[in-house]
Design a protein around this ligand. Structure first.
Ligand code: GRF
Length: 197
């Protein structure tokens, strides 16, 4: 199956940008179909626009009581078959996940199942990792289910934690490996090395 990617982003969209770059450079065989954000000010929308990717703001203000259906319809309208959460800060409804046969992926800036769940986002994660004296951390790509950071783990990449690391230096290093890991994982999905039952 050709990967037709539909992105959901809330903020910067650097992971989306890294994937787009790899598609443009023919490192990943995929089509980028659409970028949806819940946040009008998301820089991800600017990035997508620069690449002529259709953009949509879908939230309770723009589509009162119709967010989930509108997300599904918009992704389907643009023929997305694989949904990529990249810094999407909203919980996705079960209907949306089911509408795409669970082909919905997320990236998390820690080694799940540790440091996941409600409240575990952004700097909170990296602070907790340091406070607990971890010696490694990293990033995880997982399938999305209706719980936070809970679905099947598809791929992980680790980095060592050094004595002089701060939450910010860890955040920067993890983001750098995220940009590599997402495309690597999508290549495995495209090659059927990672399968969706
Ligand atoms: C990443 O750290 C990702 O793991 C988390 O949100 C951040 C998104 O960054 N889910 P960006 O918007 O892709 O730059």
């Amino acid at each position: 199956m050709t990967l037709n990617l539909g992105f959901l982003c809330s903020h910067s969209g650097s992971n989306m940008e890294a994937i787009i770059k790899n598609v443009i450079e023919n490192k990943l065989d995929a089509n980028i179909c659409v970028c949806i954000s819940n946040n009008t000010d998301a820089f991800a929308l600017t990035r997508a626009k620069q690449h002529n990717i259709p953009i949509y703001v879908i939230n309770e203000k723009t589509y009162p009581n119709a967010v989930d259906n509108t997300i599904i319809n918009t992704l389907k309208k643009h023929n997305a078959n694989t949904i990529i959460l990249a810094g999407y800060m909203k919980k996705l409804a079960k209907e949306v996940i089911d509408a795409f046969d669970c082909r919905v992926l997320n990236i998390h800036p820690a080694l799940l199942p540790k440091y996941g769940g409600k409240g575990m986002y952004g700097m909170n994660i990296h602070k907790a990792v340091i406070d607990n004296g971890e010696t490694i951390t990293g990033a995880t790509i997982h399938q999305v289910n209706n719980l936070y950071d809970d679905g099947r783990i598809l791929a992980q990449k680790t980095i060592p934690i050094l004595n002089n690391d701060t939450p910010q230096t860890i955040a920067d290093k993890v983001l750098t490996i995220e940009h590599i890991l997402y495309t690597e994982t999508l290549i495995k999905i495209a090659n059927n090395e990672i399968k969706f039952p």
